[in-house]
Design a protein around this ligand. Structure first.
Ligand code: HEC
Ligand code: HEC
Ligand code: HEC
Ligand code: HEC
Ligand code: HEC
Length: 495
């Protein structure tokens, strides 16, 4: 930009416009003055990471493990550890680079492997030849080197696309020193001679997580994933129950935090980052087993179980009959978000699927009403009531890929401590006294076809059969988050 400063007036405008055009060539969306990007401030754009470089490199997790075995073990089976190697991610990344060019991969990797972006080590999709640090995804030395955030300087003026500052080491009068930032006031022996310690209030705030849990379109700045803002605008933020309070604890502590708005005890914090992605934990367990590491496979299966348990505790269903002229005419199904600190579902709402399945039978066992049954090829019927979103590119076209989606044609998720009602019409039930209804709230990571397409797109060096033992993509497992049965009178009792 320095080169254009001395030129005044119209010429400067034309030159600046030409430069802007050149940098945007290849992207579909023109720059917007609302989302002005300062590329000097954000040198890794479209990722908004900043790196305070010193003579010291990033430290891979196996080094931290030497002194922090407990945290290492918990983190090693987490989705954060898998964030870069995740085959679903690698498939989508590969598609992204083919579709819009290499620049977009910086945006993705700024959250999925931040160290790999700032050091310039990651050159494209795939795992081949990468260092432990790049492969480790969201590892110890990412979070504990975060020295600040730039949430209010971003183009959207919200946390966005990795808007944090990494400072793994600092220059001192005794030479360069590692500094690790954490929740406590450091003791004398903190760091065991390997690193200095700094007390960081940021690590006791959701802002630490926000930069990566607000995903914006790489160019249009459309909020594709908005977990942080959903949380911030909901009741948990007001009562200071943070991401950490539900996701850095075991299942029992998370339930207590969610139900009673109580922060866990200091001793209860763990590095599980346990969420909902049981599929990824399951795949990783298969890979660890195949590699002969049963102990690690067991840790992944523990995460798998925690994800399933979390999903099963997130929602509740209520069924209420509605009568017209004394006849049962309608069922009201209420789905309540009882324990998610943000919307349900959250994050990749245009990919995740959460839907209602309903079966109603009369007392003779004849099915009179169904909705939401998974078809033979794993597809959902058109009548399924889904809670998620549909992404859309420009011109009202349905789209899934994050570089195409610039709006939602439908966004239908359930706010924290909120509910949504769904109504089902009941056909005439001649001579029957009872209607037996069973309603399930079901969840899976993606539509079968979408999952197959992503896994098929993985880069060549990731052999799904060799690493994961996958010959073909099996039917995606479905978790029943909630189940409710009711036996309803077909005629309204006289008052
Ligand atoms: C701002 C940080 C951020 C950026 C930028 C980002 N992601 Fe992600 N990504 C996430 C988070 C957080 C999740 C987890 C969401 C969830 O589990 O619901 C995720 C999940 C995913 C998943 C689902 C993985 C699975 O196992 O189901 C895919 C695929 C993915 N991202 C691909 C991409 C691609 C491709 C890009 C770049 C075009 C990208 N991401 C950019 C943060 C980011
Ligand atoms: C996604 C961010 C993140 C990652 C990755 C992460 N940590 Fe932490 N870590 C935190 C937060 C937040 C806290 C504070 C939790 C609390 O409130 O006690 C913490 C706390 C700690 C503490 C203080 C004691 C404790 O357990 O609370 C140590 C030590 C620590 N982390 C080491 C590690 C090591 C070693 C790794 C890698 C194996 C790691 N962390 C990975 C975010 C992270
Ligand atoms: C040579 C041993 C050693 C190594 C290697 C080491 N640490 Fe530590 N670290 C310590 C000791 C000792 C403490 C203080 C006691 C404790 O909290 O466990 C500590 C404390 C911490 C804390 C808590 C700081 C606070 O006061 O809140 C964090 C966070 C941390 N280390 C992160 C890391 C990370 C990340 C790595 C790897 C990049 C790492 N450590 C490598 C020895 C080590
Ligand atoms: C009150 C507890 C609570 C708080 C606070 C909370 N979460 Fe969650 N989170 C849950 C539950 C329950 C689920 C599982 C249901 C779901 O997927 O929404 C979940 C799921 C998730 C998922 C996986 C979504 C998916 O379906 O793939 C991510 C990512 C996530 N949370 C991140 C966060 C972040 C980031 C914050 C802070 C801004 C946060 N959570 C705050 C309870 C909480
Ligand atoms: C450097 C970016 C980054 C930071 C910082 C970060 N996350 Fe994440 N997180 C991710 C990515 C990327 C994924 C998804 C990885 C995937 O699915 O491949 C993820 C996944 C998760 C999941 C699992 C979601 C699921 O579907 O199971 C939870 C829970 C979560 N993060 C919580 C947190 C919390 C709590 C913090 C703050 C203490 C935090 N994250 C900080 C990048 C980050």
């Amino acid at each position: 930009m320095e080169g254009i400063v001395p030129i005044k007036g119209k010429a400067a405008f034309i030159l600046a416009a030409a430069l802007a055009f050149a940098t945007l060539a290849g992207s579909a969306i023109a720059a917007s003055p609302v989302f002005d990007v300062d590329r000097e401030f954000y040198p890794y754009y479209p990722s908004l990471i900043k790196w305070n470089k010193s003579a010291l490199d990033f430290t891979p997790p196996s080094v931290c493990q030497g002194c922090h075995e407990k945290q290492y073990k918990e983190w090693s089976a987490s989705v954060h550890q898998l964030a870069f190697q995740d085959p679903v991610y690698q498939g989508e990344l590969n598609k992204a680079v083919k579709a819009v060019g290499h620049e977009i991969s910086r945006q993705c990797e700024g959250c999925h492997s931040p160290a790999g972006v700032v050091t310039g080590e990651i050159k494209g999709p795939g795992n081949a030849g990468l260092s432990e640090m790049a492969l480790a995804g969201v590892s110890c030395d990412i979070c504990h080197s975060v020295s600040g955030v730039t949430h209010w300087q971003t183009p959207s003026h919200e946390p966005e696309n990795g808007s944090f500052i990494l400072t793994p080491g600092v220059e001192t009068k005794d030479g360069p020193r590692f500094v690790k930032r954490g929740p406590f006031k450091p003791s004398e022996e903190c760091g065991g001679g390997f690193h200095d310690c700094a007390e960081s209030s940021l690590h006791l705030q959701a802002d630490l997580c926000a930069s990566c849990h607000q995903v914006y379109h790489y160019d249009a700045h459309f909020p594709l994933e908005a977990t942080y803002l959903e949380w911030k605008h909901g009741p948990y933020a007001q009562k200071n129950v943070l991401c950490q309070d539900c996701h850095m604890v075991d299942t029992a502590s998370f339930k207590k935090a969610a139900d009673q708005f109580i922060k866990p005890d200091r001793k209860e914090y763990r590095h599980y980052f346990n969420g909902a992605n049981y599929l990824l934990s399951y795949l990783a367990a298969g890979a660890a087993k195949k590699a002969g590491n049963q102990e690690q496979a067991d840790l992944f299966m523990k995460q798998y179980q925690m994800a399933v348990d979390r999903l099963k505790s997130a929602a509740e269903i209520e069924i209420a009959p509605s009568y017209q002229k004394g006849e049962l005419k309608e069922l009201q199904v209420r789905v309540k978000n009882v324990r998610a600190g943000h919307n349900l579902p959250t994050s990749l709402t245009n990919v995740r699927q959460m839907w209602l399945e309903i079966v109603a039978k009369d007392e003779a066992g004849k099915t009179v009403l169904t909705s939401g049954q998974v078809g033979p090829e794993g597809s959902l019927p058109a009548d399924a009531r889904l809670f998620n979103s549909d992404g859309m590119g420009d011109n009202f076209h349905f789209a899934i890929d994050p570089w195409v989606v610039t709006s939602f044609s439908r966004h239908d998720t359930i706010p924290p401590r909120g509910y949504k009602d769904v109504y089902y019409g009941v056909p005439a039930l001649k001579g029957m006294k009872k209607l037996n209804v069973e309603v399930k709230l079901r969840y899976r990571q993606a539509d079968q076809k979408v999952a197959e397409a992503l896994l098929k797109a993985v880069p060549k060096d990731i052999d799904l059969e060799k690493i994961y033992g996958l010959k073909a993509v099996p039917p995606l497992p479905v978790v029943d988050m909630a189940l409710k049965k009711a036996s309803l009178s077909t005629r309204q009792a006289a008052h």
